[in-house]
Design a protein around this ligand. Structure first.
Ligand SMILES: [Zn+2]
Length: 229
């Protein structure tokens, strides 16, 4: 009797599941984002100069990117975080990287403290945000002065954005926190490329081990996305 009951329940569950719509295997659209475009013809020329100098690539485009890199901006102001990427040329205060070229730092997305996703550079354009990997990296910045202050909304949006990018761009294999970019043992290290001998990586703390743990855990749990590091 019990077996018959369980069997009956199993049949009901199976038939109910069979009625669910099949998963759409087509490429999903880009996430809805706010736009804060920073690209310009002058910036393309400067980025191309940087790319040729550091990677030997005479281009400003980003082709077949293999990694997504996570940063925080170092300030809790959303307005300031968005504004620093707008100029074409590097701020005079960035003396630690000024020898690398005149093009300003630039990323593809900024996630503000409310979790809004802002699009700055097209994913098909190269941005300057990480020494050694700009030729193959999509950059995501989050407004925040440290890893401790990043919001739950930013974590959720960052996971959704990474999952979305990875589902659309088949060449993406790695997810890296900026602080992990030259850490021993990381599987992405072979992608490092730098043709200027004395232009060496600086020590980075963004976004921190805790945030990257939470991000990877969320990607696995919510999206079944597992990227290498
Ligand atoms: Zn960074």
């Amino acid at each position: 009797m019990l077996l018959a009951f369980l069997f009956g329940v199993a049949l009901v569950v199976t038939s109910a599941c069979a009625q669910l719509p099949s998963r759409d295997e087509s490429v999903p659209p880009m996430l809805a984002t706010k736009r804060h475009p920073v690209q310009s013809e002058a910036r393309k020329i400067l980025m191309k100069e940087y790319s040729l100098l550091h990677y030997g690539l005479d281009q400003w485009t980003l082709q077949n990117p293999q990694m997504i890199v996570i940063h925080y901006t170092g300030t809790d102001s959303d307005e300031y975080s968005l504004s620093v990427f707008a100029p074409e040329t590097l701020a005079a205060s960035r003396t630690e990287i000024s020898s690398g070229g005149a093009v300003n730092v630039g990323v593809h997305y900024v996630i503000t403290r409310d979790g809004a996703i802002w699009s700055l550079l097209p994913e098909t354009d190269m941005g300057r945000h990480i020494i050694g990997y700009n030729h193959t990296a999509i950059g995501i910045e989050m407004t925040g002065s440290s890893g401790d202050v990043l919001t739950d909304e930013q974590l959720a949006s960052c996971a959704a954005l990474v999952a979305n990018i990875a589902s659309r761009i088949s060449s993406i294999r790695y997810l890296v926190g900026h602080h992990e970019y030259v850490q021993k043992g990381r599987s992405h290290l072979y992608l490092y490329k730098e043709l200027v001998d004395d232009y060496t990586p600086t020590v980075k703390h963004d976004p921190g081990a805790c945030f990257m743990y939470l991000l990877r855990e969320t990607l696995d749990r919510e999206y079944s996305v597992l990227l290498e590091d």
